[in-house]
Design a protein around this ligand. Structure first.
Ligand code: B16
Ligand code: MG
Length: 218
């Protein structure tokens, strides 16, 4: 019996993953690290500092910078990202998401946000969706990022629900891994190969409806 939904933000509620990608790609170019689709997919859902490490490792440069220099590089990426999200409006909500959230509310499901992004509350505000997410896991409170289950475990805890009664929604492989390890039901949005471990998967957000989820879980 499903009672709650725990949502990823970037790539599920809105397409900020495009802005994250753009800002990291720009930094990778500056650092002379070759950009690839593999790197792009691998970065999704990964925390800011872990993302930087992943990029540096891809270029075998992880030992070339001090901790303070790494923080400065991550801050530079974030400044570019924050500039992009400052222009966001409710028009940036992905197709069907608003209707889906309304449907969840109308049917008494509880809703929480499990985004690795420290910019999550700002994005929700710009999308005018803050009211839908009374419970938000604070990414700064986490000891480990996705694919560790911690963020999804905390999401269920915030809702006061057993993990088995929660559905987690994700666009990233690392996120699906986290949901599965937290013992929640995983719903993936996107590529079938990338999200092969999702319990239920849709090509895009427009296909994610309560009826379609129930059908897929039956
Ligand atoms: P920030 P999600 C994740 O958000 C993004 O997918 C990932 O690309 C980003 O690096 C991470 O948030 C941290 O974001 O730098 O804004 O704190 O997909 O978990 O909603
Ligand atoms: Mg995501």
């Amino acid at each position: 019996q499903i009672k709650g939904f725990v949502f990823d933000l970037d790539g599920v509620i809105t397409d900020t993953s495009l802005y994250h990608t753009k800002a990291w790609h720009q930094l990778a170019d500056k650092l002379d690290v070759t950009w690839s689709k593999e790197l792009e997919d691998g970065l999704k859902g990964i925390s800011r500092m872990d993302s930087l490490e992943m990029i540096l490792k891809a270029g075998h440069k992880e030992n070339d910078y001090t901790h303070d220099e790494k923080v400065a590089l991550a801050t530079e990426k974030n400044t570019n990202y924050v500039n992009e999200i400052s222009k966001m409006t409710p028009e940036n909500i992905l197709p069907g998401i608003k209707a889906f959230l309304d449907d969840l509310r109308a049917n008494g499901y509880q809703i929480a946000l499990a985004s690795a992004s420290k910019n999550g509350p700002t994005v929700l505000k710009n999308l005018e969706l803050t009211d839908y997410f009374p419970k938000i896991v604070d990414p700064a409170s986490l000891s480990k990022g996705k694919p560790d289950p911690e963020i999804y475990t905390k999401g269920a805890e915030l809702l006061g629900l057993a993990p088995e009664t929660c559905i987690g929604v994700e666009d990233a492989a690392a996120g699906i891994e986290a949901i599965n390890a937290a013992n929640e039901v995983s719903v993936g949005i996107g590529d079938a190969t990338l999200l092969k471990d999702a319990d239920v998967r849709f090509d895009n957000t427009a296909e994610m409806t309560l009826a379609n989820i129930k059908k897929a879980m039956a």
